[in-house]
Each structure stands twice: as structure tokens, then as C-alpha cells.
Design a protein around this ligand. Structure first.
Ligand code: NAP
Ligand code: ZN
Length: 349
């Protein structure tokens, strides 16, 4: 099926309207009419070829929400008309240890929502800056928020799960002091989620202007990370720090804030490496430095339901599709509170 989309023909070209083809739904597929798609910093890294291996044309977008418009004959979990989401994963091998554990995000055969090999045209996946998508039902998520919140639910599909999963894995909760570094799309969700889990939350920002607003998200304290005195006041006190920053930066300053056995987990994926930290900063207090990538499908559903129960959505700025290039420039200046979401209806004639 011919579908309108917005994408780029090369890494140094702006995004523009284009037409793509979606497969007809197979027996286990759901076809989704996309209503909104969030704009993740990974979209910028990928469409601008900052990470290796971008295939063009590239249609980004993996924070997808919409309504089921057709289902294959063996689909049991969804019906036409259901509100659903699709995140960063549209397929996986379905039989390895990771898939069996519901950790499809760590399957070697994971198929990303864009820029991954697929038998469909044109040979790689095309993402959610488009009117329609077709996925196997295993990778569609039920949305239980009120429909009026649908646009603000979209960012949960990547920013939400990418922060929820490590917060759960490293046991954020009552009695734990948790740091969130970078108050962007991921970081602002990290603050909301860690707060809802009952942790004491400290946010770290390079933008002093975000200080008061970040408290409203649920941060107990906000630190301007360039202020060494403010940083020193928290020395050796954190159980867990989640670093969401999209650019290379000094990790040392944050490792020194972990207490004994504390862990710092990187989810930000800058195109060039961080300066490597001094090993003595790790061994001196049995600290860990770790990484985490999105989350599996069952945990993504768990996160969506947790958010629906706790009234959590993203803080968004809704844009037309033709504002996407400008939105990217604003994200690079940290000039967004906190996530752009494309109104996909603006792709229509
Ligand atoms: P974003 O909305 O642009 O937010 C990133 C934040 O990092 C900014 O708001 C800013 O916060 C801070 N920052 C930016 N440049 C900085 C610099 N030079 N030094 C220090 N801080 C800086 O991006 P996002 O969508 O949240 O994504 C963040 C990163 O996570 C990206 O690299 C993305 O590719 C990656 N990501 C990873 C996964 C995963 O599975 N691991 C999933 C999704 C995204 P302040 O203004 O508060 O300083
Ligand atoms: Zn993302």
C-alpha cells in the first residue's frame, strides 16, 4: 500500500515528503493508521548518518501511536479500532534465549523500526514519520491511556521504556537516591518515572533555565552539572545514576557521586565516544558503569500500564510534519520541553 511519509534521501539532506510502500497485512500482522510519532534524538543520529550504516531513503520514527485499521486472520490480541503503539522493535527471531525471556531488544535478530533489513520494500525498515505501518502483533502494544492523551503517550514508546527498564533493573524505588543526567526527551521521562517509583530524584542539567521546570517534573533537587560546588555537595551519595546525554562528556564527575556499590548506566548514544573514565574511580568503591538499550516487549507493555495507572505522559510540543527539520535544530540546542511529537495528520493532502 502506498503511504505518505517524511524522510531524507541522504545524511546531509533535509527531510522532505516522500511516498513509501507498506506490505499488506499477513496472517499475524496488524496494520496501524498512525496518529502521532515522537521525535527521538536517535532519529537525528540515524538520519544524519552519525552512526554507521544508515540506508537511504531513511524514514525515522519509533515512537508511534495510532489505531488498528486491519488485522491478519490469525491475530488474536488486537481488533480494528484499538489504540496501539509501536516502539523501536518490529521483529526479532522469536526463539532465542533473549526472545524467550521477553528481551527482544537484546535478540541478535532484532529488527528495528527503521534502518533494519527486511524483505519488505525497499529492503530496510521505514519508521513512523508516515501515515501507516504494518507489524507482527507481538510487537504492537495496547494503549490504555485516555485517547485525549494519545499524542503525549507517543514518547513513552522509546523515551519511556528506555528509562523505565534500567530504573527497574537497578531497583529504583523508596529509600534509593537516583540521579538523572540530561533533561531532554529521555531524561524528563526518567525523572517522572523514578519519582513515581518512589525514589529520591536528583536531576543534572547543563541548562540552568530548566531548574524550576525540572522540579515540576518530580525532581527533588536539580543540579547544574557545570557548578562544581553543587556537584561536590552530592559526593558518594547516589545508589544509581542514569545518563541520557546525547553528546560525549566527562563521566568522571558523575562516577564520583556514586556511593559504594552504586551503578551508573549510560543510555545516551553519542556518535563519538566519551573520554574513558579513570578505573580508580570504579575500583575504589566497587562502582559499576553499565549500559542499557530500550526494553523488551512485555516490559514496554508493563511501562505503558504503569504510566496509565499513574497518569504519566510526556511533556510535548506538537508539530506539523514540515516543521521537522527546524525541530531537529532546536533539539540540538536543547531548546524543547521536552519532546517534539509529529501530528501525522499533517502528512495528508
Ligand atoms: P534530547 O531530547 O536531545 O536530550 C538530550 C539531553 O542531553 C539534552 O536535553 C541536554 O540536557 C543534554 N545534553 C545535550 N548535549 C549535551 C552536552 N554536550 N553536554 C551535556 N549535556 C548535553 O535526546 P533524547 O531523545 O533524550 O536522547 C538522548 C540520547 O539517548 C541520544 O543519544 C539517543 O540516541 C539515545 N537513546 C538511546 C536509547 C537506548 O536504547 N539506549 C534509546 C533512545 C535514545 P540538559 O539541557 O538538561 O543538559
Ligand atoms: Zn528513540
Amino acid at each position: 500500500m502506498n503511504t505518505k511519509a517524511y524522510g531524507a534521501h541522504a545524511g546531509d539532506k533535509p527531510l522532505e515528503p516522500m511516498r513509501i510502500t507498506r506490505r499488506a497485512p499477513g496472517a499475524h500482522d496488524v496494520q496501524i493508521d498512525i496518529a502521532y510519532c515522537g521525535v527521538c534524538h536517535s532519529d537525528i543520529h540515524q538520519v544524519r548518518s552519525e552512526w554507521a550504516g544508515t540506508l537511504f531513503p531513511c524514514v525515522p520514527g519509533h515512537e508511534i501511536v495510532g489505531r488498528v485499521s486491519a488485522v491478519g486472520r490469525h491475530v488474536s490480541a488486537f481488533e480494528v479500532g484499538d489504540l496501539v503503539g509501536v516502539g523501536c522493535i518490529v521483529d526479532s527471531c522469536k526463539h532465542c534465549e533473549e526472545c524467550d525471556a521477553g528481551l527482544e531488544n537484546y535478540c541478535d535478530g532484532m529488527v528495528g523500526t527503521y534502518n533494519s533489513p527486511t524483505p519488505d520494500e525497499p529492503g530496510w525498515t521505514l519508521g513512523g514519520y508516515s501515515q501507516r505501518i504494518v507489524v507482527h502483533e507481538r510487537y504492537a502494544l495496547a494503549i490504555r491511556h485516555p485517547e485525549t492523551q494519545l499524542a503525549a503517550v507517543a514518547p513513552l514508546l522509546c523515551a519511556g521504556i528506555t528509562t523505565y527498564s534500567p530504573l527497574r533493573h537497578w531497583n529504583a524505588g523508596p529509600g534509593k537516591k537516583v540521579g538523572i543526567v540530561g533533561i531532554g526527551g529521555l531524561g524528563h521521562m526518567g525523572i517522572k518515572l523514578a519519582h513515581a517509583m518512589g525514589a529520591c530524584v536528583v536531576a543534572f542539567t547543563t541548562s540552568g533555565s530548566k531548574r524550576e521546570a525540572a522540579k515540576a517534573l518530580g525532581a527533588d533537587e536539580v543540579i547544574v552539572s557545570r557548578n562544581t560546588e553543587e556537584m561536590a555537595a552530592h559526593s558518594k551519595s547516589f545508589d544509581f545514576i542514569l545518563d541520557t546525554v546525547a553528546a560525549p562528556h566527562d563521566l568522571e564527575a558523575f562516577l564520583g557521586l556514586l556511593k559504594r556499590d552504586g551503578a551508573m548506566t549510560l543510555v545516551g548514544a553519542p556518535a563519538t565516544p566519551h573520554p574513558s573514565p579513570n578505573v580508580f574511580n570504579l575500583i575504589s568503591r566497587r562502582r559499576s558503569l553499565a549500559g542499557s538499550m530500550i526494553g523488551g516487549i512485555p516490559e514496554t507493555q508493563e511501562m505503558l500500564d504503569f504510566c496509565a495507572r499513574n497518569g504519566i505522559v510526556a511533556d510535548i510540543e506538537l508539530i506539523r510534519a514540515d516543521q521537522i527539520n527546524e525541530a531537529y535544530e532546536r533539539m540540538l540546542k536543547s531548546d524543547i520541553r521536552y519532546r517534539f511529537v509529529i501530528d501525522v495528520a499533517t502528512l495528508a493532502d
